[in-house]
Design a protein around this ligand. Structure first.
Ligand code: PLP
Length: 223
């Protein structure tokens, strides 16, 4: 199928999942993850009106931001190495996966130096899989306090990844767990954390049922 057809089908599926959950479809952003494709495919989505794109590696982010129009909002969704922070901060407006206190502080300091003010999320390893990055659920409050006190970044929410090919019950545990943690942090710390970045090609409907506001979709756009 064409990218155009895939996009229409996915946008409709995202909206339908939101409606099933009694949510406003406008609340859920279909974030196009373009890490596995080249510029012509990015351009095709751009021509359809897509303006939010995501990359998970710094060299690919730089290559694509340099080549594409300036009205795109670029999201960095990968693990962020400390020596890549400056380039990522200069090229992405949203950073999804801050996963250590040192990294939060470094990103904030460099944002100050570069006069950049990205939205950021903290990655939380809700599933507990050792292969996944992120704060543990019990570390999250401490990290959230640090992020909330930063002057340059905008701490807006949480991000997680579910196990691959997980059953529905596990997905609900992981995505529901992130939503519950967000609610708890808002209450305990007096924060507003509207963003839940969760759900990918295989599990976005469950994530939306649990409150996702950004679903990060790659594979299903380009099959
Ligand atoms: C690649 C990637 C995605 C997209 O995954 P698909 O299964 O291809 O939709 C989402 N989030 C992160 C962090 C990724 O690296």
């Amino acid at each position: 199928m064409s990218i155009q057809e895939n996009y229409r089908i996915l946008a409709a599926a995202v909206a339908a999942a939101a409606k099933r959950a009694d949510r406003d479809p406008e609340e859920v952003l279909l974030l196009a993850v373009t890490k596995s494709v080249d510029l012509p495919q990015v351009q095709e989505l751009y021509d359809l009106g897509v303006r939010h794109f995501a990359e998970n590696r710094e060299p690919e982010l730089l290559r694509k931001t340099a080549a594409m129009p300036d009205d795109i909002v670029w999201h960095f969704i990968g693990p962020l190495q400390s020596n890549k922070v400056r380039k990522v901060v200069k090229n992405a407006q949203v950073i999804h996966a801050l996963d250590s206190i040192a990294l939060i502080e470094r990103v904030d300091r460099i944002c100050g130096e570069e006069n950049r003010h990205p939205d950021v999320m903290l990655e939380v390893n809700v599933s507990g899989e050792t292969s996944k990055g992120g704060f543990t659920v019990s570390e999250a409050a401490g990290a959230a306090k640090v992020a909330a006190n930063c002057k340059n970044i905008h701490f807006v929410g949480l991000m997680t990844m579910a196990p691959n090919h997980a059953e529905e019950a596990v997905l609900h545990q992981v995505f529901g767990g992130l939503a519950a943690l967000r609610d708890q942090l808002e209450k305990d710390l007096g924060l507003s954390l509207p963003v839940l970045s969760m759900g990918m090609s295989g599990d976005f409907a469950s994530a939306i049922a649990c409150g996702a506001t950004i679903v990060r979709i790659g594979t299903a756009l380009f099959v």
